[in-house]
Design a protein around this ligand. Sequence first.
Ligand code: LMR
Length: 396
Amino acid sequence: MFSTLKPLPTDPILGLMAAFKQDTNPNKIDLGVGVYKDEQGNTTVLRAVKKAEAFRLENETTKTYIGLAGNLDFCQKMEHQLLGEHPALLANRVRTAQAPGGTGALRVAAEFIKRCNTDATVWVTTPTWANHISLFEAAGLTVKEYPYYDYENKNLRFDDMIATLKTVPKGDIVLLHACCHNPSGMDLNAEQWQVVAELAKEVGFTPLIDIAYQGFGSGLDVDAAGLRLLAATVEELIICSSCSKNFGLYRERVGACTVIAKDAAQADVSNSVMLSVVRSIYSMPPAHGADIVATILGSTELTQEWHQELDEMRGRINEYRGLIKTRLAQAGVAQDFSFIERQHGMFSFLGINKAQIERLRDEYAIYMVGSSRVNIAGINHNNIDYFVKAMVEVLK
Ligand code: LMR
């Protein structure tokens, strides 16, 4: 049976991790996969996480099954982190299931959408995270795209986006990145979120929010402002969140799928369907990572420490957004890279061509995704000179 299989190419993002690891060039720079790196180029365990883990080691009392929705304390705290003191929460319209990472949450959402409407199409931004399309298609959903990033002007194609969203059939799903758009770093502003929210209500599509970088753009609340606005405008909403980046819990696989329904009764029905989906795909989520998040968010001291660490990570990324722009201009690069400073989160497209991307990898051991998406956090004071020099060479 296996002989019928054909080999598939490696994942365009995760494949880079392996290639980078094997590269023996001492100057190599990893601007590929979206993991935060500090000034030393390390992805360390956050201090607040270490403390919560020590607490857990001492205080964990059982390894029995956790239940379909996972850690309920975690779920409740995530709802507050996402929504703040939102009317939807006060009206008991929100239900959450812990999921194995943001990807697990998206898969739960995809199966949930299928149970709501087998013919639903999911509309995603052009471009979007490389895994979005295959993930929804793997769940049997149709995927279509709507215009989002203007590669030429390094901006949003907002008018085109709205024109396409006006044509979306009622009952379809529109995926929106809450903040730190992956891969472009280009986010909607407050007025644009308002326009999208009103359109969702008028046209009748259901927004599905992917929030994988809360706190990496402008701060925990600002980064969730668009989704909170949507939740205040439409009756039904799905949110897929991740704790991989903001808590640095990547390999622990912590995320959540949150459903907001029109009333408490509908929320209960939705929850029962969401939990049935969970049971049929992975039965229940792992405990460790969600316990860590719940412990941090349940302690004023640890929350403060985590906020500080999150501010440090965001601050460093934003500092390097400015530095990359300035240093490239100072080195005499004619191309304008000022857009990097206007964008948010870990990623931006450099906007360079395939041959230049390949030269950076083959001659300089600088790795980025084939679309020219770079992880800004991969740059630090030790490698910025080398990066700028290499850019000058390939842009000549
Ligand atoms: C990324 O976009 O690099 C991250 O979200 C990691 C992944 O799983 O692709």
